[in-house]
Design a protein around this ligand. Structure first.
Ligand SMILES: Nc1nc2c(c(=O)[nH]1)N[C@H]1C(S)=C(S)[C@@H](COP(=O)(O)OP(=O)(O)OC[C@H]3O[C@@H](n4cnc5c(N)ncnc54)[C@H](O)[C@@H]3O)O[C@H]1N2
Ligand code: MOO
Length: 427
């Protein structure tokens, strides 16, 4: 077969091909792990189950600023130490014990006494309930130099356990805190920190060799000669890959010369072993399609997917390593990542999280090429989506001004204003 022939595939077929290509390589990936500090582990996937090394809360403590009491002292008639005179029958007078600030271990609470206790402070032995300061008389704490024998009026009928956070009521020591495969966000990492854990074993990032191609493509920060442009794709794809639990083992801009392309690629792979090679550009019908010309006769197939942007695609292996070629236009790269790599990687590694898809109404009419799934860029708000920029796949500013991809299906050539479309939320 000539490498210039182009087969057409549906989006679904290509999605399956990409997932199958990566499956063999990334199944073993879950076994590779690394130990990281908690903040470094943000966004990563937990490698193994984590059991709670201690209970949370670790000790019974107060949920309120107030008085720690024995509920039984507030159950019945006022004890002998109270001052019966003008207090209502529902109030019990208790002698005030030494206050308990958070972070200290208090002595046991003597019967007939109430200890000022602060939120989070350890309940003294013997105490089993807390009365908030607002319900006490007086309703503010005595100064630290309280008079000997001071008393406080507290409501009777306080149930045992009131405003007490019992030991282990959040999680008990030895029980499952987080399961293997959990994506570690703020809450999960906060839990580990709260459990006293300071590092965690996560799945290793899988290495990717990333090549942008084109004689016109120049690194950002470098001056441009006439006809040259800055490389948007390396950054765009590196960021997408990082979110997917990958790391760019090496990236480089490759010239439009098929001679030596494969040799240089092999050299890169020897120095920077990778689980995936991802290229952008050089795969359509031009006279200088470096990737297609260099690899089309080997293990890489170049084809057309019924999608716009992102129609031209390459898929295969180089020396057994999965290889994907995305088209050069930046919007095509992003759409290709979202359509093919994101779902494949999510299925295989748990990262990145799938895009949320919602139904929304178009604020304007839109045309779409027949037989192709078109993904337009849009701004979604309150169930409506406004298209941003035209269908051109070079419109990276319009992409950056959008928060959604808008699906116009294969069988849609004209979508009327107000018609319902599927929208992928990018935020
Ligand atoms: N006769 C035809 N021409 C084209 C077809 C076609 O079917 N027949 N397909 C078009 C479509 S669709 C796309 S998409 C592009 C894909 O082309 P390539 O993958 O070969 O990419 P290049 O030609 O190398 O570049 C396309 C475009 O993107 C710019 N580019 C490339 N790399 C970068 C980068 N790293 N950062 C920013 N911009 C980049 C490049 O300068 C071109 O403007 O082909 C159409 N043509
Ligand atoms: O299909 Mo090309 O990938 O943008 O316009």
């Amino acid at each position: 077969m000539s490498s210039t022939q182009t087969r057409t595939r549906t989006v679904g077929e290509h999605q399956q091909q990409v997932q199958a290509l990566l499956a063999g390589r990334l199944h073993g990936h879950a076994a590779r792990t690394e130990r990281l500090g908690l903040e470094q582990a943000a966004g990563r996937v937990l490698a193994g189950n984590v059991a709670a090394p201690r209970s949370l809360p670790p000790f019974a403590n107060s949920q309120m600023d107030g008085y720690a009491v024995r509920a039984s002292d507030l159950a019945a008639a006022p004890p002998a130490t109270s001052q019966p005179a003008a207090t209502p029958s529902s109030t019990v007078q208790l002698r005030v014990a030494a206050p308990i600030p958070a972070g200290t271990a208090a002595p046991a609470l003597a019967p007939g006494t109430a200890a000022p206790i602060m939120t989070g402070a350890m309940l003294p032995a013997g105490a089993d309930a807390v009365v908030p300061i607002e319900r006490a008389v007086p309703d503010s704490f005595y100064p630290a130099t309280e008079p000997e024998g001071a008393t406080v009026g507290l409501p009777s009928g306080v149930p045992a356990g009131q405003f007490v956070r019992s030991a282990g009521s959040d999680i008990a020591e030895g029980t499952a805190a987080l399961a293997a495969g959990t994506r570690l966000g703020a809450a999960q990492l906060g839990l580990l920190a709260g459990l006293g854990v300071d590092s965690v074993t996560v799945r290793a990032r899988f290495p990717v060799l990333l090549l942008s191609t084109g004689d016109e493509v120049v690194e950002p920060g470098q001056p441009l000669a006439p006809g040259q442009i800055h490389d948007a794709n390396t950054t765009l794809l590196a960021v997408s890959l990082r979110e997917a639990g990958a790391e760019v083992a090496h990236s480089r801009i490759a010239a439009d010369r098929p001679e030596g392309f494969l040799e240089q690629l092999r050299h890169d792979l020897r120095r920077h072993p990778a689980d995936l090679v991802l290229t952008s550009g050089g795969i359509s019908k031009g006279a200088y399609e470096v990737v297609r010309q260099a690899l089309g006769a080997g293990g890489v197939q170049f084809l057309s997917v019924a999608m716009q942007p992102g129609g031209p695609q390459g898929i295969g292996t180089v020396d057994g390593i999965p290889f994907l070629a995305f088209p050069g236009n930046p919007v095509s790269c992003l759409v290709s990542f979202e359509m093919f790599l994101r779902p494949a990687l999510t299925a295989l590694t748990g990262l990145p999280v799938p895009r949320r898809k919602v139904q929304a109404r178009l604020t304007e009419a839109a045309a779409s090429p027949p037989g192709k799934l078109q993904l337009r860029r849009g701004r979604w708000k309150d169930g409506q989506v406004e298209l941003i920029g035209g269908p051109g796949s070079h419109l990276i500013h319009a992409l950056a001004s959008s928060n959604a991809l808008v699906e116009l299906p294969e069988d849609t050539e004209h979508a009327a204003a107000g018609s319902e479309v599927t929208v992928w939320l990018l935020d």
